[in-house]
Design a protein around this ligand. Structure first.
Ligand code: BG6
Length: 481
């Protein structure tokens, strides 16, 4: 039963993207490589997926893209700044053309009354810093992240109120080798990801403090990937596994951002497993201070997860993404003595093996509110699929409409239960590179006409979901049909 019929006044309706996944103009334009440029060239060579060199060519289509957002009625747009576009060497000399690009984009957004929500870092560390000291592997990154944060905050402070420091820190930690260009030593050091996580928390804290110091009325958050962890059965061992997974995959990150402390049971587990990281005097004070500048939590919600008691002796492994786009190809995560992933028989999934679970969104929103009493912004949510461009220029994507409709219903239920929801920015405003499946796996409301092999002209076409979402926004979420 729907209790809330429409959304609060001023609710932000929009969509999201990230820089390297959509901008293109990756080579030249005063910019230098970031690690995603390099990683995506490697993915292209291995799997034939498009690389980041042209992506959706947003760099050259940004005016048209913003006009399409305005046509849908967006009141917000979440995007990220490409660190190596504004500071090609990570620190030091800025690139005037790159700095100007974001001023132009922001100008265009404001001209259409669209509130920018800006992510400082969405996986794309400048290669200069990776080559210099191994990126997140060195404490030096904390100073350099602060340098970058202060640079963009000073530059764009009059144009941007909502800032997100880091995108999906838990995903960066769990898939450390896929999201970063690592040295061999880093790759085979089991502790590395937790040390990197600690440096991310320090970098985040410095940036959050800077948002409050530099931006008049600035609001700081970070976007976390969020899945509820359900027990496979009501066997107490499975229930315990679900609690462990929630602590390990969710609360460990939220507790640091929001409360300025590490979840004790996770620290105890890391110590037991020989994975504990180094904390220096003053670090926890900084993380605490950062938490006092944390205004809202961004969540990226795609799916829920199911876990059971771990099989004794099972080796540690991460969940493997479905790279081939045919259902059923998924390898579940194992954390020894903690939990083991498994299939949830109650819910279906996409061709890319993402479980579809709108109820899980209500669950996480209410859980966050009950535990932390903090405003939340949905910074990603969406349906990746093979869309087909018809001869007449239409794209029929009822599966995406259905997915988003059910998730909006879950948002209404959560609001009725007290959740302070600031906005909804599904993934993605227009088609862009997937992190795992090239351009063939599409999420956008706008179709970008290119393939993995042929960039064509990246012409834009409105999907059925474009018109549907436009109507949802026009009625402030009242009409979902
Ligand atoms: C989120 C990321 O994890 O999921 C995005 O923040 C990503 O960058 C999105 O594109 C969808 O995942 P994928 O692998 O289908 O692109």
């Amino acid at each position: 039963m729907e209790i809330v019929t429409s959304f609060p006044e001023g609710f932000l309706w929009g969509a999201a993207t990230s820089a390297y996944q959509c901008e293109g103009a990756a080579e030249g334009y005063g910019k230098k490589d970031n690690q995603q440029d390099v990683i995506n060239r490697e993915i292209h060579d291995e799997y034939g997926y498009a690389d980041a060199s042209v992506a959706s060519d947003h760099y050259h289509h940004y005016k048209e893209d913003v006009a399409l957002m305005a046509e849908m009625g967006f009141s917000s747009y979440r995007f990220s700044i490409n660190w190596a576009r504004v500071l090609p060497d990570g620190v030091g000399e800025p690139n005037p053309e790159g700095v100007e690009f974001y001023h132009n984009l922001l100008h265009e957004l404001h001209a259409h009354n669209i509130e920018p929500v800006v992510t400082m870092w969405h996986y794309d560390l400048p290669m200069a810093l990776v080559n210099k000291y191994g990126g997140w592997g060195s404490r030096q990154i904390v100073d350099d992240f602060e340098y970058y944060a202060c640079f963009i905050l000073n530059e764009y402070k009059d144009e941007v109120k909502y800032w997100l420091t880091i995108n999906e820190q838990s995903i960066v930690v769990n898939y450390i080798d896929r999201k970063n260009k690592l040295t061999n030593e880093q790759k085979f050091d089991p502790k590395f990801r937790y040390q990197a996580n600690h440096y991310m928390n320090l970098a985040h804290a410095r940036a959050a403090i800077a948002v409050h110091e530099i931006v008049p009325g600035g609001q700081c958050g970070a976007a976390l990937d969020m899945a509820p962890y359900y027990p496979h059965t009501c066997d107490p061992k499975d229930i315990l596994a679900a609690k462990n997974a929630s602590n390990f995959k969710n609360y460990f990150y939220m507790d640091a951002y929001i409360c300025g402390e590490y979840t004790e049971s996770v620290l105890a587990y890391l110590k037991r497993q020989g994975l504990m990281f180094d904390i220096q005097p003053g670090d926890m004070e900084l993380i605490k201070k950062g938490s006092e500048c944390f205004d809202f939590l961004g969540i990226n919600y795609y799916q829920s997860a199911c876990v059971k008691a771990p099989t004794p002796g099972a080796a540690r492994r991460s969940k493997q993404n479905n790279k081939i786009g045919k259902g059923g190809h998924v390898v579940y995560e194992v954390q020894p003595d903690l939990f083991e992933g498994c299939k949830n028989e109650f819910i279906g999934d996409t061709d890319f093996s993402m479980p579809i679970d709108p109820v899980g969104l209500e669950y996480v929103l209410e859980d966050i509110n009950d535990r932390y009493h903090i405003p939340v912004m949905i910074c990603e949510n969406g349906f990746g699929a093979y869309d087909k461009l018809e001869k007449d220029g239409s794209i029929h994507d009822p599966y995406r409409i259905e997915y988003i409709r059910e998730h909006i219903k879950a948002m209404k239920a959560a609001i009725a239960n007290g959740v302070k929801l600031l906005g909804y920015n599904p993934w993605s405003a227009f088609d862009l590179l997937s992190t795992s499946n090239g351009i063939a796996k599409r999420y956008g409301f706008v179709y970008v006409d290119r393939t993995d092999d042929d960039v064509k002209e990246c012409k834009r076409y409105r999907k059925d979901s474009f018109y549907w979402y436009k109507n949802v926004i026009a009625t402030n979420g009242k009409n979902l049909e």
